[in-house]
Write a protein that binds this ligand. Structure first.
Ligand SMILES: Cc1ncc(COP(=O)(O)O)c(C=O)c1O
Length: 400
């Protein structure tokens, strides 16, 4: 049976060469490959700095910690987060002893709806954490206007989106900090990994310190020893090398992930082109079924990276029966980032869903399939055929 999977990985010859280079160097701790990857990734996203760590979740956790330190925010202060997203977006708010306040998404883009922000604003709101989901940037202009008006920080969760622009500006460069994931089945894959992009170098340095046990910035990696030019400075280094000046974590990546990241970055254009073409093709072949399916939209001024291909079934179609039809025919699926109905969130927040009609609808009817660079036309024709066969038995919603 044909398999249409969600993710794809082909380790290129360049990646193998870089990884072997790392192995030959006998150095795994942060070194030249991570530095090159960080530099190139920051430049790609029009940012002053990028900090590589061991996951997108770690990136988010240290980024919010850095903002909390910089602004002196208090435990219990609030962060506006989308009501549809991967759970890490809001878990890291809790892990920073702050309170996530959920905001309903837009029904067509599935990203946080700027029109819903106002009603969740309180005197303790400190930041907005928009997540660019499925590869589509959020509607940043009204989000940034709202943040400016109410003096809020913006921290972008761009774990599902890379390299694309919103009205000419790259994701990751809108907020004070932006966070990315390089986990399996994401856009640029290093196995595990994440990055924080920083608009200013000082915040980047703060993230590096928090990522590495809260160290004094004089010594964040062994290469800092190379800066020693005098006995006085060496004595300072000896005294401060093991000096921890704030709360920190151990979230560093290794040179192996840096090498994989650099190679994937050098080869990203073909991947991004193929994803866009595949998504456009899927939309073309699924369009005749639009009476049953809400297909992805790309609003004017947005580029879409299509990390995956999101679909919402029209009311009345039994999602799990439909997904069983797809999966039993080799088409891999996932629910569309349900958050408020997670068993853990129900336990700590109670029944939230009733206040979020759009999230509730997506939680009930949303799912996604793959549209990665490894798919060929026959795979997508097969997807369309499997969808079509199912709906041959079902009338469009609302039809008599
Ligand atoms: C929106 C979003 N935020 C955060 C993360 C966390 O990234 P990671 O799995 O690298 O920790 C993911 C990853 O799946 C995600 O999709």
């Amino acid at each position: 049976m044909r398999k249409v999977e969600l993710g794809y990985l082909k380790v290129s010859a360049t990646a193998k060469r870089y990884v072997n280079d790392v192995l030959d160097s006998n150095r795994l701790s942060t070194g030249p490959y991570i530095r090159r990857f960080e530099k190139a990734f920051a430049a790609e996203h029009d940012c002053a700095d990028a900090v590589m760590c061991n996951s997108g979740t770690s990136a988010l956790q240290i980024a919010l910690a850095a903002l909390k330190v910089r602004h002196g925010w208090k435990d219990g202060d609030e962060v506006l987060v989308p009501a549809i997203t991967w759970i890490a977006t809001s878990n890291i708010v809790l892990q920073n002893q702050m309170r996530p306040v959920f905001v309903d998404p837009h029904p067509a883009t599935y990203n946080i709806d700027p029109a819903q922000l106002e009603k969740h604003l309180t005197p303790r709101t400190r930041a907005i954490l928009p997540a660019h989901l499925f590869g589509l940037p959020c509607d940043m202009d009204p989000i940034l206007d709202f943040a400016k008006k109410h003096r809020l920080e913006v921290l972008e969760d761009s774990c599902e989106t890379m390299f694309v622009r919103y009205h000419g500006k790259k994701v990751g460069s809108f907020g004070a900090l932006g966070c990315f994931s390089t986990y399996v089945a994401h856009l640029l894959v290093t196995g595990v990994g994440g990055l924080v992009t920083a608009r200013d170098a000082e915040l980047g340095m703060l993230c590096r310190s928090i990522m590495a046990h809260g160290r004094d910035s004089i010594y964040l990696s062994i290469d800092d020893d190379d800066k020693i030019r005098s006995d006085d400075f060496r004595i300072q280094m000896i005294q401060r090398r093991f000096s921890m000046v704030r709360m920190g974590y151990s979230y560093r990546a290794t040179e192996l992930e840096g090498a994989l990241g650099l190679a994937a970055l050098e080869e990203k254009d073909a991947m991004m082109k193929a994803r866009k073409e595949n998504a456009a093709y899927l939309t073309r072949v699924l369009q005749p079924l639009a009476g049953h399916l809400q297909l992805p939209t790309v609003p004017a001024g947005h580029e879409h990276a299509f990390m995956m291909y999101p679909v919402v079934l029209r009311a009345g179609i039994e999602r799990d029966i439909f997904l069983n039809h797809l999966e039993s025919r080799g088409i891999e699926t996932r629910y569309m980032m349900p958050l408020l109905n997670q068993p853990f969130y129900r336990k700590i927040f109670g029944p939230l869903e009733e206040n979020y009609p759009v999230a509730r609808q997506i939680n009930a009817q949303g799912f996604y399939i793959g549209c990665h660079q490894g798919l060929v036309r026959e795979d997508m024709d097969y997807v369309a055929e499997v969808f079509r066969r199912y709906f041959q038995q079902v009338k469009p919603a609302g039809a008599r």
